[in-house]
Design a protein around this ligand. Structure first.
Ligand code: COA
Length: 261
């Protein structure tokens, strides 16, 4: 793994934590940070030792306060399209990661930061979290997949209200909207909460987890037949050693020992 300047990437017990680490800029995503996120994720795509990923922000104030506004000011019609496609591409890498990805949202999740959280599979937040897509206040719109993912997650009415007003919602409202799965009191409780969820997830068959993610993601893609994806995955799951182990363990009344094969 290369050394990084804007993110921290470490791991313990099979769980990697990617921390966006520009706290003096509220962890805003500049191009260099986005590049490092891409490199970090690509570096662990096929690493069997890594079973899950947590994404969070440095400091107690922000998860990520959006794309870096300094760099946004240099965009034009041509490089802006590339900027948007590059962000979409990186967040798609996260969404399609075959292992669970949890966003631990410890403060402001705005613009590209909110879009980053939306690309993760599960979101948990502390009560100081704030969510918003303020792009229209800058004369632009969300460009890293937010118009699509938020709409899929909470429906058109609430999604449009958030994007058209550009206003933030608080953590409780985010919870009531279904944006976040769990709410904890303070940021220091986020990583333990994420570990608790992962403990429940990671006792299951790794390849089956990846297939669940693939099939559920297919529900949001009009160009893919989700039912077909589900059937393909189902049939592939039956070829795995873990399927044999799961059935055998049930019959032998013991916990399964999955190997991810
Ligand atoms: N890009 C670049 N820098 C950012 C940033 C962003 N998206 N968000 C915050 N920062 C920087 C500020 O410029 C400031 O830097 P400085 O100390 O060098 O001046 C630092 O982070 C702290 O932010 P500040 O605005 O002083 O904190 P605050 O508590 O008063 O306000 C926010 C917090 C999140 C409400 C405010 O920073 C904000 O509105 N940020 C922009 C959010 C946004 O529009 N994001 C979407 C971009 S598409």
């Amino acid at each position: 793994m290369p050394s990084f300047k804007h993110i921290l990437f470490d791991g313990r017990d099979g769980v990697s934590t990617l921390t966006i680490n520009r706290p003096d800029k509220l962890n805003a995503l500049n191009n260099a940070t986005l590049k490092e996120i891409r490199e970090a994720i690509q570096g662990v795509l096929d690493d069997r030792n890594i079973k899950a990923l947590i994404i969070t922000g440095s400091g107690e104030k922000a998860f990520v306060a959006g794309a870096d506004i300094g760099e946004l000011s240099e965009l034009n019609e041509l490089n802006g399209r590339k900027f948007s496609e590059n962000g979409q591409d990186i967040f798609e890498l996260i969404e399609n990661f075959h292992k669970p990805v949890i966003a631990a949202i410890n403060g402001f999740a705005l613009g590209g930061g909110f879009e980053l959280a939306l690309a993760c599979h599960i979101r948990i937040a502390s009560k100081n979290a704030r969510f918003g897509l303020p792009e229209v206040t800058l004369g632009i719109l969300p460009g890293f997949g937010g118009t699509q993912r938020l709409t899929h997650l909470i429906g058109k009415g609430r999604s449009l209200e958030m994007m058209l007003t550009g206003e933030m919602i608080d953590a409780e409202t985010g919870y009531n909207y279904g944006i976040i799965n769990h709410l904890v009191d303070t940021p220091d409780l986020l990583l333990p909460a994420a570990q608790d969820i992962l403990k429940k997830i990671l006792r299951n068959a790794p390849l089956a987890l990846g297939m669940v993610i693939e099939s559920v993601n297919a529900a949001n893609r009009f160009e893919i037949n989700g039912y077909q994806t589900e059937s393909n995955c189902f049939s592939n799951a039956l070829k795995t050693n873990d399927f044999n182990e799961g059935i055998r363990a049930f019959l032998e009344k013991r916990p399964p020992e999955f190997t991810g094969d």
